[in-house]
Design a protein around this ligand. Sequence first.
Ligand code: FAD
Ligand code: NAD
Length: 471
Amino acid sequence: ASEAEERDLIVIGGGVAGYVAAIKAGQAGLKVSCIEKRATLGGTCLNVGCIPSKSLLNNTHLYHQILHDTKNRGIVVDGVHMDIAQLMKAKETSVSGLTKGIEFLFKKNNVEWVKGTGAFADEHTVDVNLVEGGERSLRGKNIIVATGSEATPFPGLTIDEEKVITSTGAIALKEVPKKMVVIGGGIIGLEMGSVWSRLGAEVTVVEYLGQIGGPGMDAEVAKATQKLLAKQGMKFKLNTKVTSGDDSSASVKINVEAAKGGKEETLDADVVLVAIGRRPYTAGLGFENIGLEVDERGRLIIDQEYRTKIPHIRVIGDCTFGPMLAHKAEEEAVAAVEYITKGYGHVNYNAIPSVMYTHPEVAWVGQNEQELQKEGVKYKVGTFPFSANSRAKTNLDTEGFVKFLSDAETDRILGVHIVGPNAGEMIAEGTLALEYGASCEDVARTSHAHPTLSEAFKEAAMATYDKAIHF
Ligand code: FAD
Ligand code: NAD
């Protein structure tokens, strides 16, 4: 490469972590370049993650509702069928609108997008292998690594994204499989399993642990959610481990046995979705060239200010510690740039919400009952079912409940867990309350509009220290 071009900040990766950092730095007047090798900005989340999956979840929910939940509402519909090609087109329209939007924001904030793969040449220099051919060399006063994550493969199964798929294949299938086996009952397994189950696939979820939902989901919520998803047609095999698979013939064979040893069984599937978690992606980054280290799970090691042991190199998002969530990546991006421009930054890791976008949605923030028990914290529980909420009743959408966990002595909110309609929007109030150190009584004495689903939220808070009114 020719002589290196000087930058205040180089960001490697144009996903949520990287593009937010680049925009924030541009806004602060830094000369910033963001290196992204994909043909569009936005990373996993916009291209093959959050956005396309939510498009499919929303539209298949509508379809499922039209099929199964209209007669009692007085709506008569005939001849309903799904046009999968158009479903996918609608998804692509949402994705391309949003990825182009990031490109626009880059221009607006003077961020240069360098299209190519970045690798460390030395502690300040990143060489870029350009998509259009050739190389460029950038020299940064500061460098932020935001290279994201990739699906963890399952040993013995070859991912072809058609027969054996990750979430990337699951958002792009051309036809509805007859039988789908999902390995892993975490968020991806349940969201993508829901999509294809609603479209008519016979979906079986195999989960190693005794509950669905992945890390963090409260056990009571997980149990209720499993029941609701089973009612919609999904099948579950919990406490079951996949021992091996055979994808050499037209259908895939998945061998499973009870997690604690014992009963063996072979499941047959047209399509197998591998959804056993994601791992940091740092291939080709050349972090070894400058002596940066990863932990046993491949996460780049950083301190509380996101600094590696080379202090002007910071790491944020999925390729380092913490939950692999877009809004967590976004918070870190803002904080990392503020550490550079102002010397201080802040992310409250105790108040990062989680949402699963099935129907009903599942959402939570803070600690769950199992975590509190493990820590020996004395807590109170307040719950309120949507079946006693007026708006849920008018909407004929009454499944689920809100559950508050509060400190037994001080009434401070420790966790909020919701399974029910609109849980993903409602959890924002719980997050704000937690962030501000609110008590349950603070929430319960705040007026909530009637008739809204959020009255269930208020009454669950009330139920921790007093009696709920409507239940
Ligand atoms: P990424 O989004 O993975 O971005 C990293 C980018 O870096 C990529 O575009 C990659 O091409 C680029 N890159 C890597 N190495 C280099 C290099 N050397 N040079 C140049 N470019 C490079 N989270 C939520 O909060 N809500 C959701 O609803 C949600 N749904 C999801 C659904 C699915 C199916 C999946 C898979 C994930 C979902 N997530 C969701 C998680 C979310 O997508 C991630 O947490 C988020 O994308 C992390 O952002 P990131 O910027 O750290 O990494
Ligand atoms: P996950 O960690 O949520 O769930 C993986 C599940 O697979 C766990 O329950 C685990 O016990 C199980 N498992 C692991 N190995 C297994 C085996 N051999 N056999 C059977 N079960 C096994 O991971 P994921 O669902 O793949 O999601 C990856 C990441 O993407 C998560 O961090 C998640 O937060 C993020 N994501 C978030 C959203 C959202 O916010 N709505 C949506 C999709 C993905």
